[in-house]
Design a protein around this ligand. Structure first.
Ligand SMILES: Cc1ncc(CO)c(N)n1
Length: 217
């Protein structure tokens, strides 16, 4: 079994909770309360800010140019179409950017910053794999519904589905799978903890979004 498949199987209940969530069900139905969407977008835009730093760190720690290029191309998607998605969606929903991170956002920001500051490629990858693979898992089965939804729902699905994004997840998993056998027990344990904690953080972020983040006005 691939190391990343094994890691997922060891935290299956949190994984399932994070990838079959009432929040994303409602988003894909088009029935999600718009204040819940405003709060989610405001908090997730703060997530993206730190995510960009983490992805940039992974690029700089990739073992070769070949290993770095897919991440660099993905960084261009995050800082291009995904960045404008947030700006256009917040404008359409008449919501400003948030200034303050909610506790669940803050916990995720700390996780990403800590993984980056370890300087360890495997710890960066563990966080990146979970962040992207969980999103592919909920969005891919819903891809066909996106076209019938307002863009602030539909584009959030299409940004996380389709061959391009599947390729991103396959690449990130492939990077972690490839280095896994060469890692010491200590390094594997640390990366495993990062993976499990990040799944927990994804679940908690959706739980908080579904309960409703406080909306900045
Ligand atoms: C909290 C969270 N996890 C993962 C993604 C996907 O990048 C996101 N946008 N937000």
């Amino acid at each position: 079994m691939r190391p990343t498949e094994f890691l997922k199987s060891q935290c299956q209940s949190n994984w399932d909770a994070a990838t079959a969530h009432a929040f994303t069900d409602a988003l894909c139905d088009g029935t999600l309360d718009l204040d819940k969407m405003r709060g989610y977008l405001q908090q997730d835009y703060l997530f993206v800010e730190e995510f960009v730093r983490l992805l940039a760190a992974a690029i700089s720690n990739a073992p070769s140019l070949t290993d770095a290029v897919p991440a660099a191309q993905f960084l261009a998607v995050i800082t291009g179409p995904e960045n404008t998605y947030f700006q256009r969606s917040l404008a359409a929903l008449d919501a400003p950017e948030a200034e303050a991170a909610a506790p669940q956002t803050q916990a995720f920001l700390i996780q990403m910053r800590d993984a980056r500051l370890t300087g360890k490629y495997e710890e960066m990858l563990a966080v990146l794999v979970v962040a992207e693979w969980t999103y592919l898992s909920w969005a891919a089965p819903q891809e066909k519904r996106a076209a019938g939804l307002p863009f602030y729902f539909g584009e959030w699905i299409t940004l996380h589905a389709g061959p391009g994004f599947e390729g991103v997840v396959e690449y990130l998993r492939g990077q972690l799978d490839a280095i896994w056998p060469s890692l010491s027990d200590t390094a594997q344990t640390a990366a495993t903890q990062r993976f499990f904690d990040t799944v927990q953080l994804e679940r908690a972020f959706f739980d908080a979004a579904w309960a409703g983040f406080e909306v900045a006005r």
